[in-house]
Design a protein around this ligand. Structure first.
Ligand code: NAD
Ligand code: MG
Length: 395
């Protein structure tokens, strides 16, 4: 039996992963560890259903709470809580695969630990790659890890590219990421300042965590995905394009030198890329409903409006900037989205904070992951300063 650690088990991707695992043959996968930051009751339920050897939570108090809950139900799952333990649950010799589904840069250390230990790494946590960049990919290559993208667009591109990575540079003209356009695709851009967190997290096609839902509304999610695609597949920034496709049926496309376009299609259900990550190079059941072409009325495409979605362009600005720029952009965005969700920053100011931080902070020399972690902290402090200034100005 293969063993898997699911990071961020209580989140949207984590829950979908456990659903797909439950659909596999009983002797195929064993859950080695489940982790969550808080959400103790939900994690306890998952532990009782999947019987992992270990569970991890973000503090000693939560660990005590979880242990009590588990013991009262007769569960033997051992509960851990230190940052070092989180990494150990990813690089332990018994572990075959890790699902990286923590949200934000907080997921970088355990994802990197899995890469450094040469595991199969199912990467949903795009921020880890946006922060880690080339150093992260170097760790994957140096240690023979198998990096399988879980982000639906990157899974689609992975499936549409030639099997032989040596052909990616010779045969491909460009890759085209599709974007739904989120909840504000048709909203008057002048009213974006009044958007509430409730409106921003209500995505038309996908049910996701709060942070990625806000990112989809600003299209910063697509900006992070452009950066993610660059690091994952090695294409130059000019070879990566974005097109709005509101139905989310085509999950992304590859255009070849001869103009042929190869795409991957399906219903919008994250269990499809998750199932592929588990079964690759084979295929297994995902639980998703198949696409019904007869019911599909139309597929449409439109250009992303730069006035409505100014954040999208920051991807190319960061990729053309110095090493570490994508880390700076990600940190600013995490801080700005958090402030927006706490109703401290208007929706349309997220872009301003991101652009000001990207333009205002010099990354310095980046040789190690530790340099990036320090830069991440510096960029967060800078972005917080920008938010404070924006709030003072508005008052
Ligand atoms: P979510 O908010 O629903 O879940 C996040 C999980 O991470 C939770 O289990 C939470 O407890 C845990 N977590 C949060 N902060 C943590 C910390 N500091 N330390 C340890 N654990 C922490 O998020 P989600 O929607 O499942 O997204 C997870 C990741 O997958 C994100 O990077 C997102 O961009 C990516 N992703 C999600 C989707 C989707 O459909 N939800 C699609 C593509 C990519
Ligand atoms: Mg995506």
């Amino acid at each position: 039996m293969k063993k898997i650690t699911v990071l961020g088990a209580t989140g949207s991707i984590g829950v979908n992963t456990l659903d797909v695992l439950a659909r596999q043959q009983a002797n195929e996968w064993q859950v080695y560890a489940l982790t969550a930051f808080g959400q103790v009751a939900k994690l306890a339920e998952q532990c009782l259903a999947h019987r992992p050897a270990y569970a991890w939570v973000g503090s000693a108090e939560k660990a005590q709470e979880l242990t009590q809950l588990l013991r009262s139900q007769g569960s033997k799952t051992e509960v851990l809580h230190s940052p070092a333990d989180l990494c150990r649950l990813c690089d332990a010799p018994e572990v075959d695969a890790v699902m990286a589904a923590i949200v934000g840069a907080a997921g970088l250390p355990p994802s990197l630990a899995a890469a450094q230990a040469g595991k199969r790494l199912l990467l949903a946590n795009k921020e880890a790659l946006v922060v880690g960049g080339d150093l992260f990919m170097q760790a994957v290559r140096d240690n023979g890890a198998q990096l399988l993208p879980i982000d639906s667009e990157h899974s689609a591109i992975f499936q549409s590219l030639p099997d032989d990575p040596a052909r990616w540079q010779t045969d491909v003209e460009k890759i085209i990421l599709t974007a739904s356009g989120g909840p504000f695709r048709q909203r008057n851009p002048k009213t974006l300042g009044q958007v509430t967190p409730e409106e921003a997290v209500a995505h038309p096609n996908w049910v996701m965590g709060r942070k990625i839902s806000v990112d989809s509304a600003t299209m910063m999610n697509k900006a992070l995905e452009v950066i993610e695609a660059h690091y994952l597949f090695g294409f130059a920034p000019e070879q990566i394009e974005v097109i709005i496709h509101p139905q989310s049926v085509i999950h992304s496309m590859v255009q070849y030198r001869d103009t042929s376009v190869v795409a991957q299609l399906g219903t919008p259900d994250m269990r499809v890329p998750i199932a592929l990550g588990l079964s690759w190079p084979g295929r297994t059941s995902s639980g998703a409903a198949p696409l019904d072409f007869k019911a599909l009325q139309a597929m449409s495409f439109e250009e992303a409006d730069a006035l409505r979605f100014p954040g999208l362009q920051l991807a190319w600005a960061a990729l053309r900037g110095e090493a570490g720029s994508t880390c700076v952009l990600n940190a600013a965005n995490e801080v700005a989205v958090d402030a927006f969700l706490k109703r401290q920053l208007p929706f349309d100011q997220i872009y301003r904070v991101n652009a000001a931080t990207l333009g205002g902070l010099q990354p310095g020399r980046i040789s190690h992951i530790e340099d990036l972690l320090a830069l991440d902290q510096e960029a967060r402090a800078f972005a917080l300063g920008q938010i404070a200034a924006a709030v003072t100005q508005a008052a």
